[in-house]
Design a protein. Structure first.
Length: 375
């Protein structure tokens, strides 16, 4: 099922007049149930929060006369692979409005796409995107500017007499997913609501995911999930049409205990929640997301965690440097520099299956892994 594109107008500060029909509350429940069918969330409020964010993306469509003032970025992350980040993006793809995946997309392509279509951007493997290079700094500038109405960047563009400066609109909903490797720029983190995913548990004989509390989730198959998403989208379209037909400006009040930037990010979600009849509950969901402080790896710890996974998967006692740096997407020289910060020296001459080269022994990492609780 392709991304839903409608001709139905973008939103602004909005609320619905009069008594809200009871059925409007059910659109949040419908989206939540759809996500909970396949996902195990570490916090129960996360599915509700994503339901509000999904509805928020529809306020960038043609059902409203103005776009909202801000758009909170969603940052999905985990400490290890296999926690469901990509699956969650795939679940949101058919139900959020006008989605585009940004895999391997350059910053120049991204801001031109946003300027033209104002899509909901789904950015996977963000851990490999922000690495401190010139290219990723350009991407950081595009993302930084695009969380608020009027956000833009200046770039040269073809003109009548050659290249000339031009503003490019960067404002659009965005959700980013990746391993927490400590490299997400703080400026982007401060514009984001963070949702941390954890490995859900085991798989039973029926192929269902078994959560830590013993409940089960269905295995994600795209064609089955997309069929379920069609029902969700129909409910969303009805909700959006009714909301747009009766809107007027609504200005949520600041929430006690919420920092100014947090309230700024929450603002459009609270507008959606008001229209859906669940604003009081939404405040609690959002506060829970901001108050939950997950354990974070430093950049060095994240690197050691990734190397631990490589050794565990291979079952090896020694590995060539290239077999470590390659999967991590960095050069061997960069690997040596980063590991030196951890007190681990490279340059060992090792032999594996009649091949020799520079590499690392598992024993070099054991002390650090033990300190991290990995050994």
């Amino acid at each position: 099922m392709s991304s839903i594109k409608t001709n139905a107008t973008p939103a602004s500060a909005i609320h619905v007049l009069g008594t809200e029909p009871t059925r409007k509350r059910t659109v949040v429940d419908t989206i939540t149930d759809y996500l909970d069918t396949y996902m195990v969330f570490s916090e129960p409020a996360h599915a509700k929060l994503l339901a509000l964010w999904t509805l928020h993306t529809w306020t960038f469509g043609d059902s409203f006369p103005e776009r909202p003032y801000t758009t909170p970025y969603i940052y999905l992350n985990s400490l290890e692979p296999g926690s469901g980040k990509t699956t969650l993006l795939n679940l949101l793809r058919p139900i959020a409005l006008n989605t585009e995946k940004a895999d391997n997309m350059t910053s120049a392509t991204l801001f031109r796409l946003i300027e033209r279509d104002h899509p909901t951007m789904l950015i996977d493997e963000v851990d490999a995107l922000f690495t401190g290079t010139k290219a990723t700094e350009e991407m950081r500038g595009v993302v930084n500017s695009g969380y608020k109405m009027g956000g833009y960047i200046w770039r040269n563009a073809p003109g009548k007499d050659g290249p000339e400066p031009r503003k490019f609109d960067t404002y659009s909903p965005k959700i980013m997913a990746g391993l927490d490797n400590g490299h997400l720029p703080e400026t982007i983190a401060s514009r984001s609501i963070e949702i941390v995913l954890e490995k859900a548990g085991s798989v039973n004989a029926e192929g269902q995911l078994v959560a830590p509390d013993g409940t089960t989730r269905e295995t994600y198959y795209e064609f089955l999930a997309d069929a379920a998403a069609e029902h969700v989208v129909r409910e969303i379209q009805v909700f959006i049409a009714e909301w747009a037909a009766r809107y007027t400006r609504y200005m949520p009040k600041p929430v006690p205990g919420m920092k100014p930037r947090q309230f700024e990010l929450s603002f459009p979600l609270l507008q959606v929640a008001r229209a859906a009849g669940c604003e009081a509950e939404a405040i609690e969901w959002i506060k829970a997301a901001f108050e939950h402080k997950p354990r974070r790896d430093t950049a060095e710890q994240a690197l050691l965690r990734q190397i631990h996974l490589l050794f565990e998967e291979s079952g090896a006692e020694r590995m060539f440097g290239r077999d470590i740096s390659g999967p991590l997407g960095i050069t061997g020289k960069k690997l040596a520099v980063e590991l030196a910060k951890c007190g681990i020296k490279g340059g060992n001459d090792i032999s594996i299956k009649n091949q020799t080269g520079k590499g690392y022994y598992r024993s070099q990492f054991e002390a650090a892994w033990t300190e991290m609780g990995l050994s």
